[in-house]
Design a protein around this ligand. Structure first.
Ligand SMILES: Cc1ncc(COP(=O)(O)O)c(C=O)c1O
Length: 436
């Protein structure tokens, strides 16, 4: 307990009452803890829900406390700020959100950001220096590829990639070549990859790194936007940092843009120092909306996942459909490498998939223009079903040869299934296919 006359610098500010994590030896599930963890109503006039703290700065108890805070913020003292300092560094809504986000993957700590891309940018700037090599799986979300190749490339950063689904031997081969080019400072993965849905074998990546690197091991970060945190928890397979566009399933209502990273305290603190400097933290209002979203995360994702399974089974058998790229079909007795990774790494197939229609752009557009429940928009993971044509929209600028290699053909429709009634969705897809 803090002595209020202590001017040695430790903050005497009241801390929230510790949250209950266990009852009778039973560890409480994240879905239960989302309703209260990390927030003490008694510190906010008894308000059941946390207020939105709209302030740019926080008052120190005394000058020594102010100095101690800044020692934490600037890294002169390990462990970061012990209290609230300035809203570019932290805030109550963001801290509660970060505490709750880390629960889903049983991570030591988490940070939240103004977008998925600002999370990824802050991560890369925290670990990568000029002359370093980034090894990544491919493909990555297009803006992440641009960031690594074209923007970090301007600062002398090199990169090498291996295809998602590569074996341990293939990954070791790429890491060996990368080491010959310079210091490998980060291994960056995305699984399932956007837009191919190809899975990365995180266990194989961790084993390859273990075999090649001693104490100077580059961290493994993975974009877990598509299946996390419910259906994939890559920290359990050997990743060090799990990265999110919280804009998608975590936010879940297509009404905010945000990002997150979870992992060990040590790595998170390295990223935190950079976030403190450049100010890529999420804002209090968005953090509050995300707290609300996390309360229904499991409900929403579970329903969307069940809906997608039903819709995909209907689509697969439709005469106007060429094929459906849905992870759930990997479960059906298939013996491929992707099926093996799926069984080891995933507990669900998600609700985002690729629908290949018979025909080309004309058929894809006729289908999209006929949808009445599903909305024609990019993005994914919202309560509403979305559909788009990547070749003509998100991936329009990708060179034709690369589009072909990634299966981004003119007849591809990307679908993200929401939480509507599944039979209503099937009726909508059925009538839209009828219009093709
Ligand atoms: C896999 C993946 N990672 C990162 C991002 C970027 O997230 P944001 O749009 O929140 O910056 C996206 C956006 O679509 C994505 O699909």
């Amino acid at each position: 307990m803090q002595d209020e006359n202590d001017i040695t610098g430790a903050t005497p500010r009241r801390r929230p009452k510790a949250s209950v994590l266990e009852i009778g030896g039973r560890r409480l599930k994240p879905s239960t803890l989302m309703m209260g963890y990390g927030y003490d109503p008694m510190l906010s006039e008894g308000s059941l829900k946390p207020p939105i703290f709209l302030t740019s700065t926080f008052v120190f108890e005394n000058a020594a406390a102010g100095k101690r805070h800044f020692e934490g913020v600037t890294g002169k003292r390990p462990g970061g700020a012990e209290g609230l300092v300035y809203s570019r560094f932290n805030g109550p809504n963001q801290e509660i959100l970060e505490d709750r986000l880390s629960l889903w993957e049983d991570a030591e700590d988490a940070l939240t950001f103004s977008s998925g891309m600002s999370a990824i940018t802050t991560l890369l700037l925290a670990f990568v220096q000029p002359g370093d090599v980034v090894v990544h799986s491919g493909p990555l979300y297009a803006a992440t590829e641009t960031l690594i190749a074209r923007i970090l490339g301007r600062f002398g950063v090199k990169w090498l990639d291996f295809p998602a689904g590569a074996t341990r031997e293939e990954i070791e081969g790429v890491l060996t070549r990368a080491r010959a080019l310079g210091r490998v400072s980060l291994i960056y993965l995305e699984s399932p990859a956007n837009p191919t849905n190809a899975l990365v074998d995180v266990e194989a990546v961790a084993a390859a790194r273990q075999a090649l690197f001693g104490d100077e091991r580059p961290p493994i970060a993975i974009d877990n936007t598509f299946l996390g945190p419910l259906w994939a928890q890559p920290l359990r397979q050997g990743a060090d940092l799990s990265v999110y566009s919280l804009t998608k399933y975590a936010g879940g209502h297509s009404d905010l843009v945000a990002g997150g990273i979870t992992g060990s305290k040590e790595l998170i603190n390295t990223i935190r120092l950079l976030r403190n400097t450049i100010g890529t933290i999420t804002d209090p209002n968005t953090a509050w909306m995300l707290l609300r979203s996390l309360e229904t995360l499991e409900l929403r994702m579970t329903r969307a996942g069940e809906n997608a399974a039903k819709v995909c089974r209907f689509l697969r058998d439709h005469p106007k459909v060429e094929s459906v790229g849905y992870l759930g079909f990997l479960e059906e007795g298939s013996d491929t490498r992707q099926a093996d990774i799926y069984r080891r790494h995933c507990t669900g197939a998600g609700s985002t998939f690729s629908l290949y229609l018979k025909g080309g752009e004309r058929e894809a557009f006729a289908f999209l223009d006929s949808l009445q429940i599903a909305h024609l928009a990019v993005s994914l993971g919202g309560t509403e079903t979305l559909a788009s044509a990547p070749a003509a929209m998100t991936h329009l600028s990708v060179p034709d040869q690369r589009k072909q290699a990634l299966g981004i053909t003119d007849n591809l429709v990307r679908v993200s299934i929401g939480v509507e009634d599944p039979d209503d969705l099937i009726a909508d897809f059925d009538q839209a296919l009828g219009a093709v």
